[in-house]
Design a protein around this ligand. Structure first.
Ligand SMILES: [Zn+2]
Length: 365
């Protein structure tokens, strides 16, 4: 197994195309063709984590947070980022990060938090739009099945829990080849009419090249008439945060105690209690303040996230309770999520959960 085998598998779950523009997810250090000896899963890839990987015989660190966000112009070891990279390279340890792309998919970071809180009816809080495309292609009726099979194999036609979804309507395609054409049907300078299907499928925009390649490979025409359209539709399977429900409403103080217990946190910073029961819970692991409007808009009773600043707490404005449980704390179970996912497929090398504490924030109480 190579690093590429693992990263391709991880990207099947959390495609790199779903990372935010400021992000730097993907293989950060290392050669993708290297054989994997062992994997260490961590939230942050610090120097100590690289030491741990070396000690445990792991040559791949799979992290949630990318160690490099911005371009490095020099590598002299003047700060912890450069020292981590130098140590990783010197010791043949590769570093891979799956960050905001893992935040954005069903089953990702926030779904793990929902699982810890035993939330039900969990869905994405702010689904992304403009991540879906539609292909409309005109295919001779007898060629339709072959083209559709190839489109589906390339990932087209998935809507939620449904695959192989398409629509087709029959009609007449008309054309006149010129003398330079090499038509599958018809002859030069003769008007031709063919019984065709108009086939429509949707697909995630990042699969565009492979979907079009599948179409061209199987369509029997020299020139394939087709339209590609970017859709404004939301993709409910991709986006930020989640919202779900407790099996039954509980009081605010009971909920805070439950949150503290289930997320293993020592302290919760929260806005004023509103003296009403908690049922609907919005969650965004890490810095999720930008989702407050979505959480209020979807009638969440509480919004669990991290990295809130003093003035931002006022935005709760008696409409919701903001509960800041800490960035590290909110995402700490991401390691479990990644380990379980890797172990589901690969059994020929060890996958370790990092034991190095990487939370830079300590509490004195
Ligand atoms: Zn984070």
């Amino acid at each position: 197994m190579t690093i590429k085998d693992i990263t391709t598998y991880l990207e099947g779950f959390a495609p790199l195309a779903y990372q935010e523009s400021y992000d730097n997810a993907g293989l950060i250090v290392g050669d993708a063709s290297t054989e994997v000896k062992g994997v260490l899963v961590t939230l942050d890839s610090t120097e100590e984590v690289i030491d741990e990987a070396i000690a445990k015989g792991c040559n791949l660190v799979v992290a949630h947070h990318p160690i490099i966000f911005k371009g490095l112009k020099k590598l002299t070891g003047k700060n912890y980022i450069e020292r981590t990279i130098i140590k990783a390279i010197k010791n043949d340890v590769a570093i891979y990060a799956t960050h905001t792309n893992l935040d954005s998919v069903v089953g990702g970071v926030n779904f793990k938090i929902a699982e810890k809180l035993k939330l039900e009816k969990v869905k994405i809080l702010a689904p992304k739009s403009e991540v879906l495309m539609k292909l409309i292609v005109f295919v001779p009726v007898y060629n339709t099945k072959e083209v559709l099979n190839a489109l589906h194999a390339a990932g087209a036609g998935v809507i939620g829990n449904y695959s192989h979804a398409s629509f087709r309507s029959e009609g007449t395609g008309a054309f006149r080849p010129n003398e330079k054409a090499n038509p599958t049907i018809g002859a030069a300078n003769v008007d031709e009419e063919v019984h065709e299907n108009r086939v429509e499928v949707i697909f995630p925009a990042y699969l565009k090249n492979q979907v079009l390649a599948a179409m061209h490979r199987t369509h029997i025409y020299e020139e394939v008439a087709h339209d590609i359209i970017m859709l404004e539709n939301q993709n409910t399977e991709v986006g930020s945060g989640i919202i779900g429900e407790l099996s039954e409403p509980i009081s605010e103080t009971d909920f805070l105690a439950y949150l503290k217990q289930n997320m293993g946190v020592s302290v919760i910073r929260h806005t004023r209690l509103l003296n009403k029961p908690i049922r609907r819970v919005a969650v965004c692991g890490g810095s999720g303040g930008f989702l407050l409007g979505d959480a209020i808009g979807q009638a969440a009773d509480v919004f669990i996230t991290a990295d809130y600043k003093y003035h931002e707490f006022f935005d709760a404005d008696k409409r919701i309770i903001i509960a800041d449980i800490g960035h590290y704390e909110s995402e700490q179970y991401t390691k479990e999520l990644l380990k379980d996912y890797i172990c589901k497929k690969f059994t020929n090398f060890a996958v370790h959960l990092s034991e190095t504490p990487t939370n830079p924030i300590n509490y004195y109480y």
